[in-house]
Design a protein around this ligand. Structure first.
Ligand code: NAD
Ligand code: GLY
Length: 376
């Protein structure tokens, strides 16, 4: 089973990412190893859908390692990643007398992970927590790196903090129950990470993507290695730029992980968050950012073709053909206002060679044309 070590410099925090098949049943042992013998209780936060599939295995494992396991299930969906839900979760911890020596486990996709991580970060000024990600997106991205938070009615992830987990347990067998669209969304994020990571990571990703017609791929050793390679890449970026320093514009700043996200967010906003799963919108966003990179003379047509091929392998994306370019550009402008005029695009000079470009340097006509060409 690949095990990775994440070392962040700012808080001298170090944790393991265990990746394997059927390793959920070893969660109790892993938690005992991490927290030692005095630890008595581990609170579990999940949602009904995920808990009905994997809750019994997790609780059994924790209990057999001597932990009491109060658990609480949040409602399913991005709209419940809110301050109200966080308050309910904090009350659950408090009513169950969870103390600083206890811990929390977040089991689910990025929504559960972000919310429960935020709750772990703020309850009693921070308690230890373990991420048990069960979507592809969460396994390769959101469970690693310590970004936690909730949404406000005015926008996503506007409240949050950095709080690194104490361990990440990635059981790839959980992917077998994921709905197909969630898999497509997760695969798009693997293309994003490959595109900014390296040609090697990109090729490793597309090689496996070429075989995803068989569901067995999801529980293959190649899948295990791929998830490990993505986690290793993400961990390397986080280790060097844990808090996403806004002054950094280099190729290894944490901001490069936002490749495809400027357009992705705009597409989600103009469709009122109803048409696309986040990763699907990022899939379109990757194509627009690639097209823009080519139109700005940064990226060769041949490498743009590789990107297009990679996204096409992920599976069908909901169409964006009917969306108006001006509405998309306006949504970007609204984001820009929120960011105090400071939109920075992540573009590509090649696969594995991201570059950060100030929005001021991008002409509106070129942008409009790139949006039109790639969404049609
Ligand atoms: P999600 O958490 O909403 O999960 C998608 C759906 O799959 C849900 O209905 C969930 O109940 C279900 N599900 C989860 N695991 C399952 C399984 N094994 N079998 C069957 N169904 C399962 O969506 P997501 O794509 O995992 O996460 C999106 C969230 O992640 C967003 O809120 C985004 O902001 C956040 N995110 C955070 C970071 C970070 O660094 N913290 C990075 C990227 C995204
Ligand atoms: N998913 C972006 C980040 O973790 O920084």
């Amino acid at each position: 089973m690949p095990r990775l070590q994440v070392r962040t410099k700012t808080r001298q925090h170090e944790y393991k990412i265990a990746i394997g098949r059927g390793i959920l049943s070893g969660a109790g042992k892993a938690a005992r190893e991490r927290f030692g013998s005095p630890s008595q209780r581990i609170a579990v936060i999940s949602n009904r859908k995920v808990f009905s599939l994997y809750g019994p295995v997790l609780l059994r494992s924790l209990q057999s390692s001597g932990f009491a396991t109060p658990h609480w299930l949040m409602r399913d969906g991005e709209r419940y990643k809110s301050i109200q839900t966080a308050e309910e979760a904090l009350n659950f911890l408090s009513k169950n007398g969870i103390e600083r020596g206890d811990a929390l486990i977040a089991m689910g996709g990025g929504v559960v992970g972000d919310l429960a991580g935020f709750v772990a970060a703020t309850y009693l000024r921070g308690i230890p927590f373990i991420q048990v990600p069960t979507t592809l997106l969460a396994q390769i991205d959101s469970s690693v790196g310590g970004k936690t938070g909730v949404n406000l009615p005015t926008g996503k992830n506007l409240v949050g903090c950095f709080h690194q987990p104490d361990a990440v347990i990635v059981d790839i067998e959980t992917l077998t129950t994921l709905p197909p669209r969630e898999l497509v969304a997760g695969w798009c994020e693997t293309i994003k990470q490959g595109a900014v990571g390296s040609m090697e990571l990109f090729n490793q990703t597309t090689a496996l993507l070429g075989k995803i017609d068989s569901r067995n791929v999801l529980i293959s050793s190649k899948m295990e290695k791929l998830v490990a390679a993505h986690c290793a890449f993400k961990a390397s970026i986080v280790a060097a730029d844990e808090r996403e320093n806004v002054a950094r514009r280099d190729r290894r700043s944490r901001r490069i992980l936002n490749f495809g996200h400027t357009i992705g967010h705009a597409l989600e906003a103009v469709t009122s968050y109803r048409r696309f799963r986040h990763g699907e919108a990022v899939g379109h966003g990757i194509l627009v950012a690639g097209e823009l990179s080519k139109n700005m003379g940064l990226l060769d047509e041949s490498e743009l073709e590789l990107l297009r091929h990679g996204v096409s392998l992920c599976g069908p994306l909901p169409s964006a053909k009917d969306l108006d370019e001006t509405a998309i550009l306006n949504a970007i402008a609204r984001d820009k206002k929120r960011a105090r005029g400071y939109i920075q695009w992540v573009l590509l000079e090649g696969i594995g060679q991201p570059t950060i470009v100030d929005g001021k340097e991008i002409g509106q006509n070129l942008l409009k044309q790139s949006v039109r060409n790639s969404l049609r």
